[in-house]
Design a protein around this ligand. Structure first.
Ligand code: GAL
Length: 383
């Protein structure tokens, strides 16, 4: 799957300072030093789970609005079942107070470990503090929890996603007016994506090749917000736009609706992210230019497997660290991949993420990529 990084062992510290019960000799030293750095320094000692004890995992999700999160949920459920863990999944539907309340409830039910996909990366720091007071480790899932003593972060290389989106568009549209539709300002990923997008676009702006005429955040990653942003942008520059850097597939579809309204869909290049079925259909129709495929199975399975290890006081292998403002969080970051009409068979279809039948449901057979195209690029396909 093209991941060439050497994995290093990072000792993850699970329990509070002064915890002496059940600790292995290997863990004890680390636990002491990192426990002292815990929020408030008042974490309660918690007995580590033995190898045969069932582990109770709480998965706090922000939303199931996008197709990808429904898959994350299913995959986490499947893995938890496979490994015999007890699992409770809670969805906050974009409400921070709800997400905090759900964390409180799970902690009062004596959850052993929390996996959190935060709605608001700043506000969710409270969840980490609450959990650590009970000696419960926290895994930040897909989106980073900021300024908190997060135990582990599992995600994809988000800056790289932004770079891939922008690089693809810049290749197809090297000159002209660009619109950027960012993700939700509450989501750290939106910021990282924008950073990646600008890494690639800024030199072209500086050369005078492209001009970013509008650069706005779509509240809550809403398609309807993206529709408004792009509609207004088109009005502002008299439809003179060559590319829309949409940060995910939902916002891409909003952008395409706006372009459709001006008979520009298919003429203006549009990026995306998530390999949603609806967007892959637009890709074969020629209305969306590309998306980013993020294999979710390693993420979801990795989170569950790591949760078990954290609850047992074992170490977790990571391949990176990400600074969240408080610490360098040990991180497991998976590789994203650009997907367009030419390689969708070799990537999302080959992986079983989507089927070619469904992707091509709305187009005449001639417009559908050939199934055997998979053979051509197998070596580049992710797991
Ligand atoms: C991001 C996530 C994307 C997309 C978006 C909207 O944090 O990385 O895959 O789903 O949220 O929920």
């Amino acid at each position: 799957m093209g991941r060439g990084k050497i994995f290093m062992l990072v000792a993850l510290v699970l329990f509070a300072a002064g915890c002496t019960t059940g600790g292995t000799g290997e863990q004890a030293g680390n636990a002491g030093s990192a426990g002292g750095g815990r929020d408030g320094g008042a974490a309660t000692a918690r007995k580590k789970k033995g190898p045969n004890e069932q582990i109770f995992i709480g998965f706090l999700m922000d939303t199931l609005k996008e197709e990808r999160w429904q898959r994350d949920k299913e995959l986490v459920e499947r893995r938890a079942k496979e490994v015999g863990a007890r699992l409770s999944v809670q969805v906050a539907n974009g409400i921070d107070s709800e997400q905090i309340k759900q964390a409180e409830n799970l902690l009062s039910q004596k959850v052993d470990v929390l996996i959190v996909a935060p709605h608001n990366g700043e506000i969710a720091a409270t969840i980490v503090e609450m959990a650590h007071r009970e000696g419960v480790p926290v895994i930040s899932y897909d989106r980073l929890i900021k300024n908190a003593d997060v135990d582990l972060y599992v995600s994809h290389q988000v800056v790289k996603i932004g770079e891939l989106q922008a690089a693809y568009l810049l290749k197809r549209a090297p000159k002209g007016n660009y619109v950027i539709v960012q993700g939700s300002a509450t989501d750290n990923n939106a910021r990282l994506l924008h950073e990646g997008q600008m890494n690639v676009l800024q030199p072209a702006v500086d050369r005078g090749d492209i001009k970013i005429v509008v650069d706005q955040a779509a509240r809550e990653w809403l398609q309807s917000e993206a529709l408004n942003i792009v509609e207004n942008a088109l009005t502002q520059v008299n439809n003179n736009v060559v590319a829309v850097v949409a940060s995910n597939d939902g916002t891409a579809r909003g952008a395409i609706q706006a372009l459709d309204g001006q008979k520009l869909a298919g003429k203006v290049f549009v990026s995306g992210q998530d390999a949603d079925l609806a967007s892959l259909q637009l890709i074969v129709e020629g209305k969306q230019t590309m998306t980013i495929y993020k294999p979710l199975q390693p993420l979801a399975y990795g989170a569950v497997d790591s949760a078990l290890k954290l609850a047992r006081g074992e170490t977790v292998q990571t391949n990176d660290t990400v600074d969240n403002g408080k610490k360098k969080v040990p991180s497991m970051l998976y590789e994203p991949q650009s997907v367009d009409k030419n390689n969708l068979v070799a990537t999302v279809v080959k992986d079983g993420y989507q089927t070619l039948e469904k992707i091509c449901e709305k187009v005449p057979a001639g417009q559908c990529p050939k199934a055997d195209a998979a053979a051509a690029a197998i070596t580049t396909a992710p797991q």
